[in-house]
Write a protein that binds this ligand. Structure first.
Ligand code: CS2
Length: 502
């Protein structure tokens, strides 16, 4: 038994003793106004914190009901045993800052808590349903942008529309109930909620709207029309580096609080949130606490996806091959840092159109500094997950823009090639690791079929249409650049290839 295990559990009655670790000692317990799908670490260190600050600044009933869609009863029970409380452990170069967050009022686990979730979603007080469900949670057909009808979970939800499990299935069932409640006393009176995507997808609001409307159209065209006309799907750009929780955060939280927190969240000091301001049912005063409410999120979204997430994935795959465990260790390597710096300067920034006030080179420098944060220990293996979902929005859009402009993209090609080599399941020194990806079985089988031959690896993986659209896979400039990058990696390993490409 460690000393933290002997401490009492974090609970609301303990709050008066925790003043130094609260945003403000003042607090009125809010009613629930937001249902958040995907109650992972990111939401808890980002939106939940902004929402708590917004309620402190301007009031409002914006308590959060968090939902885990993977039936994670452990997560639900842990957080509920702490009455929704948890701490955010902000780790900067100068130490840790521990804040207990109070905005989370309830945690539900689907499919177990189906009835409770649908009661919440029907509640007129709930005016926003937000999401961080990762790219794969959108069940999107990459070719059409509509809901993926060949996805088994989507097929399940179309056949069992009262027992949905997918994001589009749940949203459509809840929105139908809202629409059908028109004229019924004590209900939402036919008013929808606003649906707020907070995932790293380009045009995330529009993308989600298309998935939801196409799903609804399969069941009931008039419902699809109603959703298209009545429901707002604002886009957002969210940013904060939030690694997975380790024992280190539990120890830091226990030492700071004198209470045991089984679910603390580590994060960096930096945070940013740019939100398209379209909330017909109202919203928390996020703009009063640092979020930027704007008319068009697109420039911010693309800059973040391409500069941050694109280089994050590059660092992750080169590091998995070259043997760096964390982002700070990778960026401390001079060749790796030079590569990432040059990639942002020469290959990514020129593809971005941003407002005059947005200084892309300052953004680049700030990113390099954030990556170097030695206290965060952001594991490359975590970022390397789900590459089939991440490569297209993070890297392929940038490459397509470079091709269109007739400009070179050797470093971006190296990043995609590193992902292909990564799929072999072992580092350059032979160390094996797991591949975690919704297309994992297929991708690893394709990679294995190449038997270490770069040309065969390229041919096999370019056939995966979910990742590489036909026009890109057939584009000679793309295939040549990838061919060269794969040979470079094959012959020199990731560290040698990085040194040669910086
Ligand atoms: C990371 C992101 O895990 C990943 O793929 O690139 O989660 C990244 O840390 C966040 O988008 C930063 O805002």
């Amino acid at each position: 038994m460690t000393s933290a295990d002997a401490l009492p559990r974090l609970a609301r009655h303990a709050l008066p003793a925790l003043g130094a670790h609260l945003l403000s000692p003042q607090w009125r317990e809010p009613r629930i106004g937001i249902v958040h799908l995907g109650i992972g670490n990111f939401h808890r260190a980002h939106q939940a914190l902004y929402t708590e600050e917004a309620m402190l600044a301007a009031g409002g009933d914006w308590g959060i009901c968090g939902v885990t869609l993977q039936g994670d009863l452990g997560k639900r029970d842990t957080l509920m045993a702490q009455q929704g409380l948890y701490s955010v452990v902000e780790r900067g170069p100068h130490g840790a800052n521990v804040t207990v967050v109070r905005a989370l009022r309830e945690v539900l686990a689907m499919p177990h808590d189906h009835a409770a979730l649908f009661a919440r979603l029907a509640d007129p007080l709930v005016r926003i349903v937000s999401l961080t469900v990762t790219e794969k949670g959108y069940c999107r057909d990459p070719k059409t942008g509509e809901v993926a009808l060949d996805d088994a979970a989507v097929a399940h939800d179309l056949a069992h529309r009262l027992a949905p499990r997918t994001v589009p299935g749940i949203l459509v069932a809840a929105l139908r109930e809202r629409r059908d409640s028109a004229g019924n006393a004590g209900t939402a009176h036919g008013k929808p909620f606003t649906v707020l995507s907070c995932d790293n997808l380009a045009h995330n609001g529009a993308a989600l709207r298309q998935v939801v409307c196409s799903f609804a159209r399969q069941l009931d065209p008039s419902l699809a029309d109603w959703i298209a006309a009545e429901v707002a799907f604002p886009s957002t750009m969210v940013d904060r580096i939030v690694p997975a929780t380790t024992g280190a955060e539990r120890a830091t939280a226990a030492a700071a609080l004198g209470y045991r927190d089984a679910a603390p969240v580590p994060c960096e000091p930096f945070r940013q949130w740019v939100i398209e301001d379209r909330f017909p049912g109202g919203r928390p005063a996020w703009d009063a606490v640092g979020a930027q409410l704007v008319g068009d999120v697109t420039p911010f979204e693309l800059a973040k996806l391409r500069m941050l997430n694109g280089t994050h994935s590059t660092l992750a795959y080169l590091s998995m091959l070259g043997g760096f465990g964390t982002i700070d260790a990778a960026i401390a390597d001079p060749a790796m840092r030079n590569l990432i710096h040059a990639m942002m300067t020469h290959e990514i920034a020129p593809t971005l159109i941003v407002p005059a006030s947005f200084d892309l080179l300052a953004y680049r420098d700030a990113l390099l500094e954030r990556y170097a944060n030695p206290a965060l220990k952001h594991r490359c293996a975590q970022i390397a997950m789900d590459g089939s979902q991440k490569i297209p929005p993070r890297l392929l859009g940038t490459i397509a823009a470079r091709i269109e402009a007739g400009q070179p993209f050797t470093r971006l090609a190296l990043a995609v090639a590193a992902w292909m080599m990564f799929l072999r399941g072992h580092a350059d020194d032979g160390t094996r690791y797991e591949i975690s990806d919704p297309l994992g079985d297929r991708l690893t089988a394709l990679a294995a079929s190449a038997r270490g031959e770069p040309q065969a690896l390229l041919a096999a993986l370019l056939s995966v249409r979910e990742v590489f659209p036909a026009h890109l896979a057939a584009q000679p400039r793309f295939t040549t650049a990838l061919h060269d990058a794969l040979h470079l990696l094959h012959e020199n390993g990731a560290r040698g290839a990085t040194a040669a490409s910086q």
